[in-house]
Design a protein. Sequence first.
Length: 627
Amino acid sequence: MCGIVGYVGFRRATGLILEGLRRLEYRGYDSSGLAVLDEDGTIDVFKAAGRLARLEALVRDEPLDGSIAIGHTRWATHGAPTDANAHPHVGLGTAGPTLAVAHNGVVENFRALKTRLEAEGYVFQSETDTEVIAHLIDSCLSKALAAGSRVTDEPVDSPFVRAVREAVAQVRGTYGLLVLFRGQPDLLVAARCGSPLVVGVGDGEHFIASDASPLAGHADRIVYLADHEVAVITASSLRIIHRDSGSVEPSVLPLELSASDVSTGDYAHFMLKEIHEQPESIRAAMRGRLSRDDATAVFGGLNLTPRKLQRVNRIVLTGCGTSWHAALVGEYLIEEFARLPVEVEYASELRYRNPPIDEGTLLFAITQSGETADTLAALREIKRKGHPTLAICNTVGSSIATEADGGIYLHAGPEIGVASTKAFTSQCVVLALLALYFGRLRHMSFEQGQRYIEALEQLPDLVSRALEADGEIRRIAAKYQEASTFLYLGRQYNFPVALEGALKLKEISYIHAEGYPAAEMKHGPIALVDAATPSVFLIPQGAVYDKVILNVEEVKARKGPVIAVSSMGDERVRELVDDVIELPEAPDFLQPIVAAIPLQLLAYHIAVLRGCDVDKPRNLAKSVTVE
């Protein structure tokens, strides 16, 4: 949820850290900071609440020439967003800071540790749990040096590394840590447990970050740290130690991310860029996964044989936020085409429930980041009970992708905007592929499978045509930008899209919005309908078209303005409603993917017109790694 970036090498570190922090802004934050080791071996720390511009102003006139530094963007958990609570936090000795720590995660036993450290004489300067880690490492280091532990030429055996290992062994909770030490111009120590860290490998330099985006354009190789690993990083070397297995040979992978992937290009915002990338991200989700010869979908990473998959008699889909809405689309798809019972669970609830799960149940954890704490905990709980777990994920090397028994990558490319767009449609596409796969395993005929594939292959072009409504959607957004409440209504496949449309509007424009099944409106929400409350109806041609028309009539009878998302050329709808966004014709089961596009654009344009920061909405983070 927070962001970490670090550098050790031959270049001036401060500019690289600030650039990395800018690329991590999408994760959501309320303060930022950096610590740099001066040429004389002392640590300078700069911290500022608010946006990164405040931190940049602090360091603008400082002659910071050090070639080793760490930085952080914070999303507050313990303590308000203030300068004092911003990271990095320091361990304080008599001669100033002995070390600086940037931390993602939550220290669950910080109160007990704080009490013990205060008894040792440590004075706390912040309200955070992270400051406990800084003082704890300092305490461990001081005791080691007092006992005669000496600094050696081998960094892995140094008291600094031992201090970090001893300290994290006492921490209960989650952490991604990066530690900088006074007087150590060629040493960074990183540690991970439940919060991601990656190392970018360069030529005579190394980069460290909480995800790959700050590394793009600087390193072409990457190492993903696993839980309970400690990385000892110098300009020329990377050594990894595992808590249980000792020294680990790092798996160095190519970094398939360019600087252009993490820039807005010709678009005003990342969100708008990612909305327009959806024809290609949908193609990427399907690429190599459709077999016309067998009229089915093909997956390389499920790690379960077709015989085992034939024995599946129930599927549980779990996720949070937008991923949960995609799971609802998947429920409709899999139950209709594979005739398999599907249960959709909020991951935050599933992790604490004890539902009866029979043999033959398969869990799919759906996530963009692969680091969502609630989804990871739910996956671990189901896995602990002996059931197979699979991931639908966008991030290679993430915790969920690593811990699941198998899975399917979205291949959507980096999604920087906090409000998910292309990841949602890619998730729906992968779930549509799974419906085809399970359908063909069970009862779907070859001819049905062929028709299903033909429809899927038309999807990128349908989405491209849906994007052509952008100008009309902008006009409609201007008309309704001052509304204080929106209702989003749809039925069957389009009900989850109504939920997702309402969520998008809430996330980035801060307008209250609710999504409902259209027929449920009369059981309560219709009380909200008045001349100032727009209702967005999803009403393309399909099985329940006439039923939704009746629901529109009910709103119009109460003078509620109606925006209809309808099929092209539908004059019946146009005569009935106030504004129309037209969609290209699509089969019922693909309508959620096509219909999501105008709802994303509507939320985007309303937010821009209201002056909101659409890529970095208040209080939100891209990757929610805390409970």
